[in-house]
Design a protein around this ligand. Structure first.
Ligand code: ATP
Length: 199
């Protein structure tokens, strides 16, 4: 699996539709300070469902939408699409190419798509779990990230290893099942009480 392409429109400093293609080799993006290099990494995190404004270096989610310049009016929505080559099947879906799209309007409402089919954020999270690419993946190492990992609480640091070991998916499913089990147990208690009352 590797990142093949990113298309950005209306996201942060990218007012016009911008397409960047990557090969399997190393690609370096260079440019003067403030030219938008980090905005590209932000776009990748955002399309994969990043909900933390702080992590996207903003104050509010609307800050990811192009806010205009002296020469250019602001735009109404932001859209990012990233395409992965999935010939090795690392992403658990039956497609050799996987495109994830997120669109967000000024109202704050976000739409998500996998290969142009509308989906929930949860579907994207699940698809990329344990691939290292998701929201909590280790494939985006931003400025200060290494320091953050080293100074983290041991439990948080363990999360990085769990993602690399590929067990996050199972841990999440286990937690979901435990929550459902607890709900069912509570319902059972209620039913027993009701039965007791009517008998
Ligand atoms: P450095 O090399 O200093 O780290 P960089 O190339 O990584 O810089 P970025 O941080 O990606 O630069 O981009 C910052 C630029 O993006 C700033 O000029 C800022 O005004 C612009 N920018 C950020 N959000 C928006 C927005 N919503 N609308 C318009 N421009 C924006």
């Amino acid at each position: 699996m590797y990142l093949k392409k990113i298309e950005i429109q209306g996201f942060k400093s990218f007012a016009d539709k911008t397409e960047i293609e990557f090969t399997e080799d190393i690609t370096a993006i260079v440019g003067p300070n403030g030219s938008g290099k980090s905005n590209i990494a932000d776009a990748i995190k955002w399309v994969l469902g990043e909900q933390s404004v702080k992590s996207l270096r903003g104050n509010k989610m609307e800050d990811v939408i192009f806010s205009g310049t002296d020469k250019r009016r602001a735009v109404g929505f932001s859209e990012v699409a990233i395409t992965f080559d999935n010939n090795d099947g690392v992403i658990p879906i039956d497609y050799s190419e996987v495109e994830v799209t997120r669109r967000m309007f000024r109202s704050g409402e976000s739409e998500y798509y996998i290969n142009k089919n509308s989906c929930r954020l949860k579907d994207i999270r699940e698809l990329f779990m344990d691939t290292g690419v998701g929201k909590d993946g280790y494939s985006i190492v931003g400025q200060g990230k290494i320091d953050e990992i080293l100074s983290n609480r041991p439990e948080d640091r363990r999360g990085v290893f769990e993602e690399a070991a590929g067990i996050v998916k199972y841990k999440t499913k286990k937690e979901e099942s435990e929550r459902r089990l607890e709900k069912t147990e509570n319902n059972l208690v209620r039913i027993k009480d009701l039965l007791h009352e009517i008998s």
